[in-house]
Design a protein around this ligand. Structure first.
Ligand SMILES: *Cc1c(COP(=O)(O)O)cnc(C)c1O
Length: 223
């Protein structure tokens, strides 16, 4: 694609986000995080040149190399992948804008320790396994609220901003929708939560209509 074709193509994605958010309300603002995990630094540069600022990666090593390579640009980096305990310090060295996949109390306690040692804080989202799938990480819906409150109490260096979830792995739209509704209903119950991150390339419109205000778009943004 030429630059102009790319811009026109991205405009169609943005228009789809617009249409979905306006169905909720004119005041419902949705942020697009471009998930660059399958893309190169050059692809990111090209999206930056047409206005995209927030990017997401799911491997600490990739986040590190791309953020170093693109250091000259004012980008916002989101870490959206499963974080192994032995990679926590590497992630903290990068100091991302938002860690979206805080998926267990055990990880939270370890993260808290390392944050306190470095005298820093980190904005995080609690990942919810809303469809209770074996293949997915995250807190079970029935434990989510209590665990969120526990983390607020016991992990002062973790600044919880809301929730993240991946839609149910299903062909059935109702099943996917139900998983988004589960996440949204938990989000509404949490104190001071402002970010509900759900929706990917294949299901972002439905996620927005269920209340998502942050979509993580990979394949559709980097065509
Ligand atoms: C890869 C990934 C995405 C983006 O997926 P697409 O279907 O390519 O839009 C979003 N969220 C998470 C957690 C991911 O790992």
């Amino acid at each position: 694609m030429t630059n102009i074709e790319h811009k026109l193509y991205i405009d169609t994605v943005i228009r789809r986000v617009e249409t979905a958010r306006l169905k909720v309300s004119g005041h419902h603002i949705v942020k697009i995080v471009a998930v660059s995990k399958y893309s190169t630094a050059q692809d990111i540069e090209s999206l930056y040149s047409i206005g995209q600022r927030a990017f997401g990666e799911n491997k600490v090593q990739d986040l590190k190399s791309k953020s170093i390579e693109l250091d000259e640009y004012p980008l916002e980096w989101h870490f959206i992948g499963n974080l192994q305990k032995n990679k926590i310090n590497n992630l903290l060295d990068i100091d991302p804008t938002l860690f979206q996949a805080l998926d267990s109390l055990e990880l939270a306690y370890e993260l808290q320790k390392k944050l306190a040692a470095k005298d820093m804080t980190l904005d995080c989202l609690m990942q919810i396994n809303s469809a209770k799938e074996e293949s997915k990480h995250g807190f079970m819906p029935q434990d989510a609220k209590e665990s969120y409150l526990t983390m607020i109490e016991k992990c002062p260096n973790i600044k919880l901003k809301g929730v993240m979830s991946i839609g149910a792995h299903s062909e059935d739209k109702e099943t996917i929708k139900k998983s988004f509704e589960t996440t949204y209903s938990i989000y509404k119950e949490l104190p001071n939560a402002t970010i509900c991150s759900m929706g990917m390339s294949d299901d972002f419109e439905m996620a927005i209509e269920c209340g998502s205000n942050m979509v993580r778009l990979g394949s559709i943004m980097f065509k």
